[in-house]
Design a protein around this ligand. Structure first.
Ligand code: GLU
Length: 264
């Protein structure tokens, strides 16, 4: 039997909170239970929002919680070349196309359908560009994002997103292509992450199919909510692990509050 490989993959765009602690501890517990490995990955492709100080905070908070992970940690911003290589493969297969539309133009021509985030589906204007025209606009330095061609993909589950952007430099992120590329490169067999990620999973499975990559087992865990029943956010400080620590809360208290047995 192959060894199970789990990963915790936070984005350093804010401080880790109780919800992240739950996810990290659950991955750790599941990896131990199966005699598997636990990887930590820093998902910092969104250069507009991620900061090295948050990355440093992630290492501090996780070590404080008593977690250990394998070195070296993969830092996504150091591997754009790997993601670009997969994007080119997908473009060659005509599974994705570059889109040069501004936000405003895309909004003006949007389709009536909405994606799981509530955004209107893209009207597909740039799908009609020839490869030659698209290449010369890219070479001229125009900004663009890569969109999945859902009509060609014919994937009912992922189609809920319309021609979703899977990678966009400078403006947004490389999130979808980076996750899929790295889970495969790192041999991840089990993706355990919050229910808030569940709607994106069909996009990841579609990308894995298109790229001929193995499809890991997916499990989406419950979200830790605040006292008012709302999802915790990175901007709210009250449940940040660093503030709890500063208030004298111990790692053991956090573990038991979240329902985990004491660290051995
Ligand atoms: N980096 C994502 C986040 O922090 C999680 C991605 C994943 O677990 O696949 O929200």
């Amino acid at each position: 039997m192959t060894t199970a490989v789990f990963r915790f993959a936070p984005s350093p765009n804010g401080a880790l909170h109780l919800g992240h602690a739950y996810s990290a501890l659950l991955n750790d517990e599941m990896a131990r239970f199966r005699g598997g490995r636990l990887l930590l990955r820093i998902e910092d492709t969104d250069l507009t929002r991620c900061k090295p100080s948050f990355t440093a905070g992630i290492f501090r908070d996780l070590a404080w919680l008593g977690l250990a992970w394998e070195e070296p940690v993969r830092i996504q911003s150091e591997h754009f070349g790997d993601y670009d290589a997969n994007l080119l493969k997908l473009w060659d297969a005509e599974a994705i196309y570059p889109c040069f539309c501004s936000r405003r133009q895309a909004a003006a021509e949007a389709l009536p359908q909405r994606d799981p985030d509530g955004q209107a589906h893209y009207g597909r204007r740039c799908r009609a560009l020839t490869r030659q025209v698209a290449s010369s606009r890219m070479a001229a330095g125009e900004q663009f994002g890569w969109r999945l061609d859902m009509v060609r993909a014919g994937d009912a589950a992922a189609a809920a997103w319309g021609d979703v952007v899977i990678a966009k430099k400078n403006v947004g992120s490389y999130y979808h292509i980076a996750v899929v590329t790295d889970d495969a490169l790192q041999g991840v067999t089990h993706v355990v992450r919050g229910l808030d990620m569940e709607p994106a999973t069909p996009i990841h499975i579609l990308l894995q199919r298109l790229l001929g990559l193995p499809i890991p087992a997916y499990h989406h865990h419950r979200l830790i909510l605040d006292a008012d029943g709302r999802k915790l956010s990175k901007s709210s400080n009250s449940t940040a692990l660093a503030s709890l620590r500063a208030q004298g809360v111990t790692a053991e208290q956090i573990r038991s509050q979240l329902g985990f047995v004491p660290a051995s």
